[in-house]
Unconditional design. Structure first.
Length: 189
């Protein structure tokens, strides 16, 4: 094992150990009063402890048997156990060229998607503005029609009132004339 490889290996061991220790501290700091929660925390603590033990065993084995010119690792385990997360973390940690290119491409794709989304949002806003303007114009026209109808209704109401007044006056005059004629007939007979 070369000095730089060993130094890098020690740093990696230190980083993983501190991450495990940090996770254990966070678990210890949790205050849960519910019995199911306490049991779940106990299970997680036990799993973290087992991971720490396995990690230490693997590191001891690797330290004794590893070839540092070319290092190959294999990950296996149950579905959703975190294998891909560990692999991606290692790729990022070691600044793998392919991973860096993928991240840059993803950033470009995201920027293009944001631009396309912004353009579509602008189109939707313009379309909604046109629809709003059309509806506002229709509403204004309806409001004018309603005002005209009110004016017509007021005029018709005034005309009805004048007709009733005229009919009342004519009726009163006829009644008055009839009463006068009736009185004249009574008086003149």
């Amino acid at each position: 094992m070369t000095a730089s490889s060993k130094q890098h290996f020690n740093q990696l061991y230190s980083d993983v150990s501190s991450s495990l220790a940090s996770a254990m501290r966070e678990m210890e700091a949790l205050n849960v009063d519910h019995e199911d929660g306490k049991q779940e925390i106990g299970k997680i603590r036990q799993q973290l402890s087992q991971i720490q033990d396995r990690f230490n065993d693997e590191l001891n084995f690797l330290e004794k048997h590893a070839e540092w010119d070319k290092f190959t690792m294999a990950f296996f385990g149950e579905t959703n156990a975190g294998k891909s997360t560990v692999i991606e973390s290692l790729r990022i940690l070691f600044n793998e060229d392919l991973r860096r290119q993928q991240l840059e491409q993803n950033a470009r794709n995201l920027q293009q998607a944001e631009q396309a989304l912004s353009a579509q949002a602008d189109e939707i806003r313009a379309g909604m503005g046109a629809v709003y303007t059309a509806y506002a114009s229709e509403i204004a026209g309806l409001q004018q029609s309603i005002a005209s109808l009110r004016q017509i209704a007021e005029q018709e109401s005034s005309a009805r009132i004048r007709r009733r007044a005229w009919l009342s006056a004519v009726g009163g005059a006829l009644l008055g004339a009839a009463a006068a004629a009736g009185a004249w007939l009574l008086v003149g007979a």
